[in-house]
Design a binder for this molecule. Structure first.
Ligand SMILES: [Zn+2]
Length: 177
């Protein structure tokens, strides 16, 4: 903090005290000897997720982890993949330096990663997250994936038969009607 009077870069602290959510310091410029006050505040580290209905909820890593883990259940992924993906997304979120973030942004981040990682996990996650209205919407997404599986097909795990696909209960019921 440069001196507000002469612009000198250095000052000494002559008094320091806690105030509400920060620290108030009296400083004296080492060049012109004028005194001035600075306040030091803790940068809020909590991150809030804005939900669809507008409510805010504190970001919860465990919740993110659980969602990804569920999508990746029984998929042939190496140990630590789910944790690693969660760590990376969490780090990315905090690096954005925002205090609030729409849930949809986080959902899209997860989907982008799962899409590269494993198509089944991706479809599972998308089916919950996007709340596919019926089996047609789900099929469209699968078809899109199948059509775009060209360059990366060698890295991708094969799409498994539809009966093994994790269609959420409610969607299954809807589809049978
Ligand atoms: Zn000064």
């Amino acid at each position: 903090m440069n001196c507000p009077y002469c612009g000198h870069y250095d000052s000494k602290v002559i008094d320091s005290r806690d105030v509400n959510d920060g620290i108030r310091r009296r400083r004296q410029c080492l060049r012109c000897e004028q005194r001035f006050t600075t306040y030091e505040r803790l940068q809020p580290t909590s991150l809030f997720v804005i939900k669809k209905d507008g409510r805010r909820e504190e970001f919860d890593r465990d919740k993110l982890l659980a969602g990804i883990r569920k999508a990746c259940e029984k998929r042939p992924l190496t140990a630590g993949t789910v944790d690693g993906q969660t760590d990376e997304i969490e780090a990315e979120l905090y690096q954005m330096g925002r205090t609030e973030i729409p849930g949809a942004v986080i959902g899209d981040m997860v989907m982008a990663r799962l899409k590269k990682l494993d198509h089944i996990a991706y479809i599972r996650f998308a089916s919950v997250y996007r709340e596919f209205e019926d089996i047609t919407m789900l099929k469209e997404e699968v078809d899109t994936l199948a059509n775009h599986t060209t360059i990366n097909s060698a890295d991708q795990l094969p799409l498994i038969p539809p009966d093994e696909m994790a269609v959420p209960e409610k969607n299954q019921r809807r589809a049978r009607r």
